[in-house]
Design a protein around this ligand. Structure first.
Ligand code: TUI
Length: 312
């Protein structure tokens, strides 16, 4: 088995079958360009950023990558998802990934515009629906992932999605080295999406405090908050996230209060490194991330390790 030529490398025209996660507030042109230039698929996060900012980020990325493909992630819960769905058409973005919802209503117009569409999904049912609507591939994202998560684990979700659809499947959640890639391929995936390891990329523009939290994290240092709101979210364990999780559990923080307290907390983490009020989203694999390196080194190391394992 090899990672060198898969349905994903062929579909997207990339060297390595790796997508960089569309991390809200984090994934901007510098990181996305570095990943694309290293042979993966860099992704700019739509998040809920203003449309003019996103247009600039798309144009900057285009200028950096010399015709190589990149993507934009559209977070479907974002208030400006509709506007962004049109922006990717107007700016001729080659690939769109989606998260936190069902992109059904945009699918036909994206396909018509020639965009490759890859929804991120947490279940087989949703993967099947996306296939019917014309998705080119799906990212099956396990609950090990950072940020907004579903219930099932990568190990259980990926093979079930692989069996449930006829389009290629990209595994996500808990993949930070070549072992994770090799395991994903064994489960039937044709590619991987990686977020947490790229938080420690040299080109990732997050606050140094955020990077250090990820590097210092050990296996037990992620925690899920927001379960009472219906939008569970995996974070680095900090005093703030622990207080939120326990407040939700014992009822001293209502879902409404939770929403109020966490409003703007991702920006506070990413831009200010604010440990008191910031939500430092990260995956459960953060314990495996130990140093800051260029995205190119991360990708090349991951795939050389995976190739060695898969050739055994
Ligand atoms: O979307 C993500 N990860 C994210 S989005 C985000 S910003 C945010 N912050 C707080 C609350 C909510 C969002 C941070 N991290 N990953 C992809 C993903 N998509 N995970 C789960 C889903 C998902 C969930 C339900 C996809 C589809 C879905 O469909 C429900 C339906 O409409 O049928």
């Amino acid at each position: 088995m090899t990672t060198k030529k898969t349905e994903i490398t062929e579909l997207l025209g990339i060297k390595y079958p790796i997508l960089q996660g569309g991390m809200a507030w984090i994934a901007e042109s510098t990181l996305a360009s570095a990943v694309t230039n290293a042979g993966g698929l860099g992704i700019i996060a739509g998040g809920s950023a203003p449309i003019d900012y996103l247009r600039e980020e798309i144009r900057k990325t285009k200028a950096n990558v010399n015709g190589k493909p990149f993507g934009v992630n559209i977070m479907l819960m974002s208030p400006n998802a509709e506007e962004l769905a049109q922006l990717v058409i107007d700016e001729q973005v080659p690939v769109v990934t989606t998260g936190a919802g069902n992109p059904g209503k945009y699918m036909a117009k994206w396909k018509e515009a020639g965009i490759k569409v890859i929804p991120v999904i947490p279940s087989v049912a949703l993967a099947r629906r996306m296939e019917k609507l014309g998705a080119d591939a799906v990212v099956a994202e396990g609950t090990e992932s950072g940020g907004h998560i579903g219930e099932n684990t990568t190990m259980c979700l990926v093979p079930q999605v692989v069996d449930g659809v006829n389009i290629p499947v990209i595994a996500a959640g808990g993949i930070a080295d070549g072992r994770g890639i090799a395991a994903s391929f064994m489960l039937g995936a044709q590619g991987v999406q990686v977020g947490t390891r790229f938080l420690a990329a040299e080109e990732c523009q997050i606050h140094p405090t955020y990077k250090q939290l990820v590097i210092d994290a050990k296996d037990t240092d992620s925690i899920v908050t927001g379960r009472t709101t219906g939008h569970p979210c995996r974070n680095v364990k900090t005093k703030f996230s622990k207080k939120l999780a326990s407040g939700e559990m014992n009822g001293t923080i209502t879902p409404e209060e939770f929403e109020e307290i966490t409003l703007g907390s991702l920006r506070k983490a990413v831009k200010d490194g604010n440990l008191e009020e910031g939500s430092f989203l990260c995956g459960a694999i953060a314990g495996l991330v130990t140093k800051i390196e260029p995205a190119k080194d991360i990708i090349e190391e991951m795939f050389s390790q995976a190739e060695e394992l898969l050739s055994k």
